[in-house]
Design a protein around this ligand. Structure first.
Ligand SMILES: Cc1cc2nc3c(=O)[nH]c(=O)nc-3n(C[C@H](O)[C@H](O)[C@H](O)COP(=O)(O)OP(=O)(O)OC[C@H]3O[C@@H](n4cnc5c(N)ncnc54)[C@H](O)[C@@H]3O)c2cc1C
Length: 372
């Protein structure tokens, strides 16, 4: 007999399991259909002893002290500033596209003019979504906006989503704005840190509690009628939970091709983007992220894929479009009819959450809905 059955051992499920077990002294069974905990943040040492992120590069960054303080109960940290270069017209230039990118691509006099006009029109240090920059009336900046749109966003977005940038919610391209600055870090958050011993070790500590039992390689449908529990917390796909009552929610999937290279470092920084060439979007080299020291390295090529439910593919990214949001809302209405189930997580909320956002959401649900 368990007080809680939690479906999914990613951040959403694990944070809630830990809180319920340690703060409420209740018994929790947490299950996952995968053979490991950690959800998409799972990392492991591969056959050559190199720490890799199985489901793609995960870089922790946040402005929330509360989230950092909470996770610090389960890990030490090390600093890491992620940097990304994109190959544009044969040059490797910083992304988000910034003042350094301009000077790398254009003749100095023209670059200087663009810099002056950007600062005069928007101000130094401002981040401008590309779709907003395209609306400018300034002739030179309009030209720059079209250049960036064509060379940085268009091809990448088509590969990633099979959609043009303007067909997605503005929030998608706004995640990588044009940055009027020489700061070439990918993020500017207060905390840019990685768990010193990796994410999986952090999850192991989080779930190491006498009140928590873990069951892996088990789909919740296999056991839901064979286990006694009071409440269910569901962090899997909301459309699957309701047997696709309103049809499947659209997702994008990914495939990763991991390659061992016989160099200490293969590339200049954590990630190189390929907006205009190849059918992969980016190459990530994990040693930059993990800080591991060794003579060889592992890189991962990232191939976006379409997603069909029931095809053994992983639903990685909810597709942020108005019509999909409306479909999600129908499922959300259904959740209100069942009081004994809490829905939380990237798949259950059909939301692209960063890790810090889902930790904050799980803590909030615990405080406002569960611990009362
Ligand atoms: C490629 C990629 C890169 C990312 N990079 C970053 C980054 O750099 N920084 C950042 O902050 N965030 C990043 N994220 C986001 C991050 O992965 C999420 O914020 C986080 O994983 C969400 O946790 P979750 O628990 O909601 O979902 P998940 O981690 O997806 O966990 C859900 C779990 O539920 C399990 N499950 C689903 N259905 C069932 C079922 N029927 N029965 C049993 N178990 C089930 C799944 O197996 C999974 O383990 C990235 C995401 C992706 C896809």
């Amino acid at each position: 007999m368990f007080d809680y059955l939690i479906v999914g051992a990613g951040f959403a499920g694990s944070v809630l399991a830990e809180r319920i077990a340690s703060q409420l002294d209740k018994k929790v069974l947490i299950i996952d259909k995968r053979n490991h905990i950690g959800g998409n943040a799972y990392d492991h040492y591969d056959e050559n002893g190199i720490l890799v992120h199985k489901y793609g590069p995960h870089i922790f960054h946040t402005n929330s002290k509360k989230v950092v303080d909470y996770l610090s109960n389960f890990t030490e940290w090390q600093p890491y500033f992620h940097r990304v270069l994109a190959i544009i017209e044969g040059q490797k230039v910083p992304v988000p596209f910034n003042l350094t990118s301009i000077y790398k691509l254009f003749p100095p006099n023209f670059a200087s003019k663009l810099e002056d006009e950007l600062i005069a029109n928007f101000g130094y240090g401002q981040k401008i979504p590309i779709l907003k920059l395209r609306e400018t009336k300034n002739k030179n900046l309009k030209w720059l906006a079209e250049y960036i749109y064509e060379n940085v966003f268009y091809g990448y977005t088509l590969k990633q989503w099979e959609l043009k940038p303007e067909e997605l919610d503005i929030s998608v391209t706004a995640r990588v704005p044009v940055y009027i600055s020489r700061d070439d870090r990918y993020f500017q958050d207060t905390y840019q840190i990685m768990p010193r011993y990796g994410y999986t070790k952090m999850f192991e500590k989080m779930l190491n509690h006498k009140n928590i039992k873990i069951l892996l390689q088990t789909d919740y449908k296999e056991i839901i009628h064979h286990i006694k529990f009071d409440r269910l917390i569901f962090t899997g796909p909301i459309d699957e939970y309701f047997d696709y009552l309103y049809g499947p929610l659209p997702y994008r999937s990914l495939e990763f091709d991991f390659k061992l290279v016989n160099y200490e470092f293969y590339q200049e920084c954590g990630t190189i983007n390929f907006p205009n060439n190849n059918n992969y979007t980016r190459i990530t080299e994990f040693k930059y992220l993990t800080g591991q020291k060794c003579s060889m390295s592992v890189i991962a090529f990232e191939f976006p894929k379409s997603f069909q439910p029931g095809n053994n593919q992983i639903p990685y990214y909810p597709i942020p479009k108005q019509e999909n949001h409306i479909l999600y809302k129908k499922y959300h209405q259904e959740t209100k009819k069942i009081k004994s189930v809490t829905f939380c997580g990237r798949l259950a909320d059909y939301q692209y959450y960063n890790m810090d956002q889902i930790v904050a959401r799980a803590l909030n649900i615990f405080e406002k809905e569960i611990s009362l």
